[in-house]
Design a binder for this molecule. Structure first.
Ligand code: SF4
Length: 339
C-alpha cells in the first residue's frame, strides 16, 4: 500500500514533466484495462427530504427549500424523460430521510425504474444488510455511498446532526451492501472537506479491505469537489484542476481495474481531459433537482443539490466521444432477476 508521504509527494509535484509522466502512465493502464470505452449514466432525484445536516449540501434539513417527494406518476414522467435521452443506466437519489423515503418507497421507485432502465443504482440513506437484500431482490444493481471524509474530527464538524453524523455506521455501509449481494459499489470522498492525502490513503485502505473481503464486486470510485448551490458557497473548496487530475491518475495506477466516475459538477474542459487519462464513467444530461427533467423545468422552480458545470446533452457527449474514437457504453448487461 502506498505511504502517506508518497501520496503527499505526488500531490505536491509541480514539475510539468513529472505530472505528464503520471498522466501518461494512467492513460496507458486505462486503455489496457478498459479500452476506449466510456460508460454513461444519469442521476435522477426522487426526493430531497433530508433529516441530516451536512454543511456542504443544499438538501440539508435546516435549508429552506421546497421539499418534494415524487409520486409514482411523477417518477414515471421523470424516468421517461431520462430514458428518452438514451440513458439506460440510472442512479436514483434521495436526501437522507428514513421517514420520507422508507424501504417501501424505494422498492416502488425501483419497480418503476425497471420498466425504463437496464441497470439501477441507488444513492440513498445507508441501510441494513436485510434492507439492501430486499432492494437487491427488487432489482438494484449498485449502491453509491461516499464517506465524504475519513477524518473523524472533520467529519463531526461538517455532519452536524441526523443519521449521517454516525461515522461508523456510514463507513460500514459498503460491507453491508456487499453482504446483501449488491454487484456494484461506489465509494468516494468529497475533495476539499479534509486533508486530501490523508483522505485518499484512508479511501484506498477501505477499498483494499473491501476487495480482499468481498471480491467479485465491481468497485468504482468518485472524487467530487465541493460546488456552489444556486451560486452560494456552502463550504470552501480550494482543490484545483491539477490536483484533481493527479488524484485520478494516482488512483488509476494503484487500482487498474477500478472504475473512475466523474459527474457534471466538473467543467466540460476538465471532463474532456479526464476521459483521456483515467475516468471510465461519466454522467450526462444531468439535473440535480427533484423533478428537474420534466416536472419543473425553470431554474426558479428547482432546488438543486449542487450546481452543474457541464450542461451538454447526452447527444452532445456521445458525439464528442465518437469524435475522439471512444465507444459510448449505455449498458453492458441485460437485466437479470436478482430474486
Ligand atoms: S449530503 Fe445527504 S445527508 Fe447530507 S444534507 Fe445532503 S442529502 Fe442530506
Amino acid at each position: 500500500m502506498i505511504t502517506l508521504s508518497a501520496i503527499k509527494e505526488i500531490l505536491a509535484e509541480q514539475d510539468p514533466a513529472r505530472v505528464e509522466q503520471l498522466a501518461q502512465k494512467s492513460r496507458e493502464i486505462t486503455r489496457q484495462y478498459f479500452g476506449r470505452t466510456i460508460s454513461l449514466y444519469a442521476p435522477l432525484y426522487v426526493s430531497n427530504y433530508c433529516s441530516s445536516h451536512c454543511t456542504y449540501c443544499g438538501f440539508h434539513s435546516k435549508n429552506r427549500i421546497t421539499r418534494i417527494r415524487l409520486t409514482p406518476d411523477q417518477m414515471r414522467r421523470e424516468m421517461e424523460a431520462v430514458a428518452k435521452m438514451g440513458i439506460e443506466n440510472i442512479l436514483l437519489l434521495t436526501g437522507e430521510s428514513y421517514q420520507a423515503t422508507p424501504l417501501a418507497y424505494l422498492k416502488e421507485a425501483v419497480q418503476i425504474a425497471k420498466k425504463y432502465f437496464t441497470s439501477i443504482s441507488l444513492e440513498v440513506h445507508p441501510m441494513s444488510t436485510d434492507e439492501y437484500r430486499a432492494l437487491f431482490y427488487e432489482g438494484v444493481d449498485g449502491i453509491t455511498v461516499y464517506q465524504e471524509t475519513y477524518d473523524r474530527g472533520r467529519y463531526a464538524e461538517v455532519h452536524l446532526s441526523g443519521k449521517k453524523s454516525d461515522y461508523d455506521y456510514r463507513r460500514d455501509t459498503p460491507r453491508r451492501a456487499a453482504l446483501a449481494g449488491i454487484r456494484q459499489i461506489s465509494l468516494g470522498i468529497l475533495l476539499g472537506l479534509g486533508d486530501i492525502a490523508e483522505d485518499l490513503q484512508a479511501l484506498y485502505e477501505h477499498l483494499r479491505w473491501m476487495e480482499k473481503n468481498h471480491p467479485g464486486i465491481e468497485y468504482s470510485l468518485s472524487f467530487p469537489r465541493l460546488r456552489k448551490i444556486k451560486g452560494r458557497a456552502f463550504a470552501l473548496c480550494d482543490v484545483n484542476d491539477t490536483t484533481l487530475i493527479k488524484v485520478l491518475c494516482l488512483t488509476r495506477i494503484l487500482f487498474p481495474r477500478v472504475g473512475l466516475n466523474l459527474s457534471t459538477r466538473e467543467t466540460p474542459a476538465l471532463r474532456d481531459h479526464a476521459i483521456e487519462i483515467g475516468v471510465t464513467r461519466i454522467s450526462a444530461g444531468s439535473n440535480t433537482s427533484v423533478g428537474g427533467y420534466d416536472l419543473f423545468k425553470t431554474p426558479e422552480e428547482q432546488d438543486p443539490q449542487f450546481d452543474i458545470e457541464d450542461r451538454r446533452s447526452v447527444h452532445d457527449i456521445v458525439r464528442l466521444l465518437k469524435e475522439r474514437q471512444f465507444d459510448p457504453v449505455f449498458t453492458d448487461w441485460r437485466p437479470i432477476d436478482n430474486a
